[in-house]
Design a binder for this molecule. Structure first.
Ligand code: NAP
Length: 245
């Protein structure tokens, strides 16, 4: 079985300014893919085309896709990666603002970006959605994020049905703990709380996830990797992590 050659193709990566998005953009570029990266912190982008993007904002998303498509001359790969969690509390302590931001980013933003990009995705294309183990099994004190990632998983499979017959592949990557800025964002800048999340466990790196994505993208054309579930060896589930004391 020969692998699928992605060199010379183009990609859009949302949330390319840090963590998994940045690592995947790097891996794609190393494989000869031209990448348009989007994020709110445009100054942190290191991609061929660097554009401001707020996936929660309709006008920003439309502007981004128009400009990216024009500069890339068409799109082959869409990596829907932009996402976040806010807080780690029992649901009865939740608030409207956090819920709104998480759903708007992780769900509506991802759906919107997919809808806007689909008309431009060339035959032979691939959509990769960044899911999470939180989208497969609940754990305590993460209801909003968990709900959003279950939605990503549902959307991925719904899209798989609707795209059947169109030569586009689709994959969701459901990762466990990955050591990125994710926890600093989740704990709203509290770096001590964020560091504790990764203490005593050899967590996954953003590069580990990029590696999984590159594997899915380069399978022979007749193979669709529907989902990848990947966790650190010492993480059995969202809620069960073995830490060195
Ligand atoms: P990260 O380092 O915080 O990166 C998140 C990225 O999303 C940043 O580039 C951020 O860019 C972007 N983003 C956030 N809101 C955005 C918006 N409204 N518009 C455009 N871009 C936005 O965290 P990460 O771990 O790499 O997270 C990437 C994805 O992986 C997320 O979907 C997350 O849910 C998922 N994930 C993470 C883990 C983990 O343990 N880290 C596990 C499973 C899944 P700006 O702030 O510059 O806009």
């Amino acid at each position: 079985m020969s692998s699928y050659d992605i060199s010379g193709k183009t990609a859009i990566v949302t949330g390319a300014s840090s963590g998994i998005g940045a690592a995947t953009a790097r891996a794609l570029r190393e494989a000869g893919v031209r990448v348009a990266g989007g994020a709110r912190r445009v100054e942190k982008l290191d991609t061929d085309v660097r554009l401001e993007l707020d996936v929660t904002d309709r006008a920003s998303s439309e502007r981004f896709v128009d400009e990216a498509v024009q500069q890339l001359g068409g799109v082959d790969i869409l990596f829907n990666n932009a996402g976040l969690a806010l807080g780690r509390y029992p649901f009865d302590e939740s608030n409207e603002e956090d819920e709104h931001t998480v759903f708007e980013t992780n769900v509506n933003g991802l759906v919107r970006m997919t809808r806007l990009c689909l008309p431009h995705l060339r035959d032979g294309g691939h959509i990769v959605n960044m899911g999470s183990v939180a989208g497969r099994q609940a754990y305590e004190n993460g209801a909003t994020y968990i709900t959003s990632k279950f939605a990503v998983r549902g959307f991925t499979y719904a899209l798989r049905e609707d795209l059947l017959g169109r030569p586009i592949r689709i994959t969701t990557v459901d990762a466990g703990l990955v050591d990125t800025e994710f926890s600093v964002v989740r704990f709203k800048g509290d770096t001590q709380k964020a560091a504790a999340v990764y203490q005593g466990i050899d967590a996954l790196s953003a590069e580990d996830i990029a590696d999984c994505i590159m594997w899915a993208l380069t399978r022979p054309w007749h193979v669709n990797v529907d989902e990848i579930v990947v966790k650190a060896r010492n993480q059995a589930s969202g809620g069960r992590i073995l830490r060195d004391s």
